[in-house]
Design a protein around this ligand. Structure first.
Ligand code: IPD
Ligand code: CA
Ligand code: CA
Ligand code: CA
Length: 266
């Protein structure tokens, strides 16, 4: 698998940040943790990882814009490129010693995601994709799962945390999806959930109220693995609306119908 120079820059940044996270993982007593809002934590590990990624990416491409969860947005001067970065997706898992978290780096060119890197330092799994070049887990080419029936499928989801608005709506979605599928999983990192869809581990995924950095890299991984990742109307507004559904062509379509099913009349 030949990687472009640009993808290599992204991989090096993700590995370097991942190394820092790996050192901090399990050392929560040595981290400063603050609360951004209800159920929403940030630690010195998140901030260190973002600083590393930001410095590496801007050193290599100083004219590109930068949107990261933990630092101020940079508009960029070339007018076409923007990095979208979650330095630690799954902070709550990380702070609880649960090895499901990842560094996520995506590159947008003229509004299209063209390159993606996701790295979980706890499992040493590195996901990469470039538009038109396929998606990979370490050196293995990825393909979304081929299952055609929801009743055979394992579907990932996000459970809205304390402070999110959509608890009632989510419970309706959950009840409807539970009635159709073989199993539901909740990893606590939408970045990894989407990577799992790309890898064929999950057959599908849905979540709402996400930020662009939770999804940007995972969307390209799925497309390059032959899958679909759209908003809940089948459109491309995910980064703006925060709502996403993913899967192969058949599961994606079926899952949209189920998650949007109206509340039954009493
Ligand atoms: C959060 C987690 C969580 C998701 C939230 C995200 P963070 O990201 O990925 O699973 O449901 O919407 O904000 O804060 O761990 O990067
Ligand atoms: Ca956060
Ligand atoms: Ca996140
Ligand atoms: Ca984060």
């Amino acid at each position: 698998m030949a990687r472009s120079a640009l993808l290599n820059v992204m991989v090096q940044a993700a590995l370097k940040a991942g190394k820092s996270l790996g050192r901090d993982f399990g050392e929560v007593q040595n981290l400063q943790v603050s609360v951004k809002g209800p159920g929403d934590f940030v630690s010195t590990a998140d901030r260190k990882a973002e600083k590393i990624v930001r410095e590496e990416l801007l050193k290599a491409r100083p004219t590109y814009g930068f949107l990261g969860e933990e630092s101020e947005e940079i508009n960029g001067t070339d007018g076409a490129h923007r990095w979208i970065v979650d330095p630690l997706d799954g902070t709550t898992n990380f702070l609880h010693g649960i090895p499901a978290f990842a560094v996520s780096i995506a590159l947008e060119r003229n509004g299209e995601i063209v390159a993606a890197v996701v790295f979980n330092p706890a499992t040493d799994e590195l996901y990469t994709a470039e538009r038109g070049g396929g998606a990979f887990l370490n050196d293995r080419r990825l393909r979304v799962a081929a299952r055609r029936a929801l009743s055979d499928s394992v579907i990932g989801c996000g459970v809205p945390a304390l402070g999110k608005r959509n608890h009632g709506k989510f419970l309706v979605e959950l009840r409807h999806v539970m009635g159709e599928v073989a199993g539901i999983r909740r990893l606590g990192s939408p970045t990894l959930d989407l990577a799992y869809v790309a890898a064929g581990r999950f057959d599908g995924f849905w979540e709402a109220e996400l930020a662009p950095w939770d999804m940007a890299a995972g969307i390209l991984l799925i497309r390059e693995a032959g899958g679909f990742a759209t908003d809940w109307d089948g459109g491309a507004t995910m980064l703006e609306s925060g709502a996403i559904v993913a899967g192969n062509e058949i599961i994606h379509k079926a899952l949209i119908e189920v998650v949007k099913r109206p509340v039954p009349a009493k």
